[in-house]
Design a protein around this ligand. Sequence first.
Ligand code: SAH
Length: 462
Amino acid sequence: MDTVVKKNDQVEVIIEDIGADGEGIGKYKGYTLFIKDTVVGDHVLVNVMKTGKTYGYARLVKLIKPSDVRVEPRCPIATQCGGCQIQHMDYREQLVYKENKVKNCLQRIGGFSNFTMEPISGMEEPYYYRNKSQFPVGRNKDGSVAIGFYAGRTHSIMDTDHCYIGAKVNIDIVKFIRNFISDYKIEPYDEESHKGLLRHILTRVGYSTGEVMVCLVINGKDFPRKAELVEGLKKIPGMKSISLNLNKDKTNVILGERIVPVWGEPYITDYIGPIQYRISPLSFFQVNPVQTKKLYEIALDYADLHGDEVVWDLYCGIGTISLFLAQKAKMVYGVEIIPQAIEDAKTNANINEIKNVEFYVGAAEEVLPRKYREENISADVIVVDPPRKGCDQSLLDTILAMAPKRVVYVSCDPATLARDLKYLCEKNYELVKVRAVDQFGHSVHVETCVLLTRKNVLKYYK
Ligand code: SAH
């Protein structure tokens, strides 16, 4: 196959963009190369490793002229670790990059030109923000205990006590467990042989309550020396819940289904704004509660509720957005595909004494059309917060048919967001404003909140 470059050629490129996994993207004579460990603006010499018809991969050989946005990452293993993809990019530039990514998708995929892009909401402190961490446990090549994070796209463990985006309390927890399993000769899990006991350490922290949870994922039924384990972990400030998770399967899935309580409560609590949530080891909860609050406040603001509206919150998870909206709406209906999440949503509604919500289990693209057909339900506002693949077309058609005054679209993927907005706006909606929120500093991900308003009062079609 004839390409502009072939394997082992060395060429100079200037990095123009970032790919989905944080790798730099540059062009050599129009041919696209993906180059790890580079940032936008870097002028680099690279060695071509693999070529395809339209693009290829290359390895960084020399930084000829570093980009102005390049910084020294705080974390010494940021480049190897799979957790942060762009810690070597100045945080303000990360925000500029993310905002532009959203804007470009809306322009290029959505075909939009006339809309208000409100300034991206960034983090005040883009470190130590994650409330949930999962540390794999294993052995280093020299046989010593390894606890840390997987190197990018591999299962080899980068041994470290200190993650710069996880909660600070993790440092003490990991140090303690590391000593504990060495002192009591507890065998770390070995993926190859499926032997050994301790697989993962899961920690969760309530950022506004200071409550801490530790759950040890084990390849077995019980953990030795529980009294000493509790004794040591209890000394860590905020410790509220200690448990085991049993996972004896040969699998990459971290958590098994069974939780065995060891000490304290089976859950911790946290707040997003005024709403309280109970978080158990298995429950879903947004990982950055500070930025989540900002995102939900934007969604609530865009929904513009005055107390007499009926709102549908589709893809509602554990009801976080629904409960936020219920503060100002007459009635909120949430739809979510995972039954356990709906159980949590109901519990959360109860503990907050929020009565004007109702939740349904099922696929949004089945529940909403069915209810519209059979019960002729209506909505003043519809909120959607789908996974990366965006909304199913049959759901968008039902939204068009129900014709709510406003649609608030919360998205974790600007490309599918743009596709779905194009569909709605070619029919009966107008793109009013857009705001990106950075929930995951040092990663390439970006959340976006969008307001659409209905163009014609008459229902688009029946
Ligand atoms: N709004 C929630 C969760 C958003 S994540 C929050 O802010 O916390 C997207 C959610 O959509 C997940 O909970 C996922 O389980 C759910 N989901 C995925 N496909 C779905 C579908 N077809 N119908 C309904 N929910 C779905």
